[in-house]
Design a protein around this ligand. Structure first.
Ligand code: NAP
Length: 244
């Protein structure tokens, strides 16, 4: 029986590349999405082209009830969940002086509370199986901070504390919990920036380029492999040396 990976927010960008990378490893994929659209249809097609099953499970990660529902749907369909990747995330950038309470709260609700909601729903299945890998997508900004991103940085720093605490709680059950802190990655999230700004940022990165979604997916592949079986509670930086 093939292993099962649930990836949140996997219709595009980093989540989609993670799903494709794990599909190439033979994982059955549970692809979480919020709204049905063309991106979802394309992602499903690309995953199935790897000759694995792709179950699309709808749900907004900021809703605990929806997470419980789609996790149950996944577990009942496949009988197990071996890997969870908490990837869904948003930005709502604004200097604190002008940030609305609603924009602070929404980013925390999706990025941080969403990570709790899905993990809390998945963990009983992993505890029972005495096996599991959880990978949370944080950000370099959660470590360094960034002007205009108090909401986002707080959510990503919160994910790191969450990762380390949970890693300590579940290590004895053979469940490994790690985080990845990507730097500046080419996706629709960073596409909103002007080309001149992107060039400036790239120049300041020691490896002199933006990262790709695949750069992040490669590290997820490692963190789900046997080669990483002695690693838990860690934050792996995938940022071209941006933060040292
Ligand atoms: P993206 O292209 O904007 O993709 C984000 C994905 O998350 C989309 O599929 C989106 O679906 C989904 N999503 C958003 N809110 C959701 C919700 N409430 N419930 C379920 N799904 C939801 O962004 P990305 O760059 O791939 O980012 C992926 C992750 O990497 C995020 O956690 C982000 O913070 C992190 N990250 C990105 C970078 C970067 O430079 N790109 C750097 C560091 C960390 P919809 O179509 O419904 O919006």
């Amino acid at each position: 029986m093939s292993k099962v990976a649930l990836i949140t927010g996997a219709t595009r960008g980093i989540g989609k590349q993670i799903a494709l990378k794990l599909a190439k490893q033979g994982y059955s994929i549970a692809l979480n999405y919020r709204k049905e659209n063309e991106e979802l249809i394309n992602a499903k097609k690309e995953i199935e082209a790897e000759n694995v099953e792709c179950l699309c499970v709808q749900g907004d990660v900021s809703s605990f009830e929806e997470c419980e529902r789609f996790v149950k749907e996944t577990a009942e369909h496949f009988g197990t969940i071996d890997v969870l990747v908490n990837n869904a995330g948003i930005t709502k950038d604004m200097l604190l002086m002008r940030m609305k309470e609603e924009d602070f709260r929404q980013v925390i609700d999706i990025n941080l509370v969403g990570t709790f909601n899905v993990t809390k729903s998945v963990i009983p299945y992993m505890m029972k199986a005495r096996n599991g890998r959880i990978i949370n997508i944080s950000s370099v900004v959660g470590i360094s901070g960034n002007a205009g991103q108090t909401n986002y940085a707080a959510s990503k720093a919160g994910i790191i504390g969450f990762t380390k605490s949970l890693a300590k709680e579940v290590a004895s059950r053979n469940i490994l919990v790690n985080a990845i802190a990507p730097g500046f990655i080419e996706t629709s999230m960073t596409d909103v920036l002007k080309d001149e700004i992107k060039e400036e940022i790239a120049k300041a990165i020691p490896l002199k380029r933006m990262g790709t979604a695949e750069d992040v997916a490669n590290v997820v592949k490692f963190l789900t492999s046997e080669e990483s079986s002695y690693i838990t509670g860690q934050v792996l930086h995938v940022d071209g040396g941006m933060l040292m």
